[in-house]
Ligand binder design. Structure first.
Ligand code: ARG
Length: 468
């Protein structure tokens, strides 16, 4: 069968091999070889279906099966020889199987590389989502541990990067856990969407052979919760559709944006100006010139990698835009961006976990910043509301008090009683009680607020979800 002068797979119609430049330009094996385990799995499922419908004898099937099983082991070795002239992972593996048994000539019956690669990628995405969820769990657990350790430590919460209201480190870190929790769920939805089998679609229009698509789907684990097979309903869509690529990339974008915002919080907290957090030496770097520097490079890189992950989504969108149905070779370019997003995000999540697990909060600095009485100006307005003042008027009165304290350069709670009452008679005697952080937190004991039992409950919730 192998004809040295022709391209092995489609050589029949051609009198010349592809030019070396075309081979180099057109190959994808350098990056799609990572699909090899999925490709072999897909081939095994396809072969078992061919046997089931009588297109392979039992003996032929077992010969192919044992060849595939050998290959599953052989491809793990770095010395496995991937041949550029065989273009992609599919043709490399088919050729490797042919070298073991001539029966492999029958393997591609009723199959095209179009439905083959679509299947490989769906198997990849199901695995990638499961792995990403596990990695996310590790990162969430690390942040949760830190949130628990410093659950009651007050810090200012910021809007517009201006001190806004007091929160606790627990409340702030749990905000990041919530965001990552949504990512965790998002990857599970992407995995559900990947869970449909395109095999049997052929190039676009299936096959005249008596393929049993449900059988293949079951063999490859494309089943619903009742074990019923899930198959793509339109052959043209099946080979042209790259929605799961987009969804996976977008899920990576969302998660990396979450990490990037967390990174920015940490970078600010780590600056001398804030001084809230101490990062471990092992995840920071020094300056080649300034001996005093200890830079939060890992968090800066997380921000940087996020740009790259966003770019990968953009890359895919632009590749897909304007492509006519169905398969076009442009689609070969769909894999590097999703592999890259997967690899980069996995590393980012692991780095966040590694660096935060070695971090500690500077309690003194945090308390000092949180003791700014202006953080409780809103609580003072609420106090007036409790006394019957309409919120808009209360807001106005407190605004005047703040202006006065700024003018006199006296902290808000230390303003003279007479002057204060002059601005707002409803203040009464006990308005200074508001400037007690413990009170401020105690009074925030409804869902979503930073009250101590709220934080405790939410930590317990996530510990339960993460099984810790
Ligand atoms: N290496 C190809 C890709 O990744 C496989 C599909 C090739 N199909 C084709 N009709 N040339 O897109």
């Amino acid at each position: 069968m192998a004809n040295d002068d022709k391209q092995v797979t489609w050589g029949g119609r051609f009198s010349d091999r592809p030019d070396l430049l075309m081979q180099i330009f057109g190959e994808s094996v350098s990056f799609d070889k990572r699909l090899a385990p999925y490709d072999l799995k897909g081939s095994l499922g396809h072969a078992s279906m061919l046997a089931h419908v009588g297109l392979l004898t039992e003996a032929e099937f077992f010969e192919i099966k044992s060849g595939i099983e050998e290959l599953i082991e052989e491809i793990k070795a770095p010395e496995f020889s991937w041949k550029l002239e065989l273009e992609d992972v599919h043709m490399n593996l088919e050729q490797a199987l042919l070298e073991k048994t001539e029966v492999a000539e029958k393997l591609h019956t009723g199959r095209s590389r179009n439905d083959q690669v679509a299947t490989d990628m769906r198997l990849f995405f199901k695995d990638a989502c499961a792995q990403m969820r596990m990695t996310l769990e590790g990162t969430m657990l690390t942040i949760l541990t830190l949130a628990k350790r410093y659950s009651g430590l007050p810090i200012p919460g910021y809007t517009h990067l201006q001190r806004a209201q007091p929160v606790t480190v627990g409340h702030h870190l749990l905000a990041h856990v919530e965001a990552l929790g949504r990512d965790h769920e998002r990857f599970s939805r992407v995995s559900e969407h990947a869970n449909v089998c395109p095999l049997g679609s052929g190039a676009i229009a299936g096959s005249t052979l008596p393929l049993d698509r449900e059988f293949t789907a079951k063999a490859l684990g494309f089943v619903d919760e009742n074990g019923d097979p899930l198959i793509t309903p339109n052959g043209m869509d099946a080979v042209a559709d790259r929605d799961v690529f987009l969804e996976f990339s977008m899920a990576c974008v969302t998660c990396s944006l979450h990490l990037s915002r967390l990174a920015e919080d940490v970078i600010l907290w780590n600056s001398t100006e804030f001084g809230f957090i101490n990062l471990p030496d092992s995840f920071t770097t020094g300056s080649s010139l300034m001996p005093q520097k200890k830079n939060p490079d890992c968090f800066e890189l997380i921000r940087g990698k996020t740009g790259r992950i966003v770019g990968n989504l953009q890359n895919l969108c632009v590749t897909l835009k304007g492509l006519p149905l169905t398969y076009n070779r442009d689609l070969q370019e769909d894999k590097p961006p999703v592999f890259d997003s997967f690899d980069q995000l996995t590393t980012c999540l692991t780095v966040v976990a590694g660096s935060l697990s070695g971090s500690s909060f500077n309690e003194e600095k945090c308390r000092e910043a949180a003791s700014d009485p202006l953080l409780l100006a809103t609580d003072l307005a609420d106090y007036l509301v409790e006394k019957g003042v309409a919120f808009r008027s209360a807001h106005h009165f407190i605004g005047e008090l703040v202006a006065l304290s700024e003018k006199q350069n006296i902290p808000l709670p230390e303003l003279g009683q007479t002057e204060a009452i002059e601005i707002c008679p409803a203040l009464g005697e006990s308005w200074r009680d508001v400037f007690d952080l413990d009170r401020a937190f105690r009074m925030r004991e409804r869902p979503g607020m930073p009250g101590p039992s709220q934080i405790k409950n939410r930590i317990a919730h996530w510990e339960n979800v993460l099984g810790s």
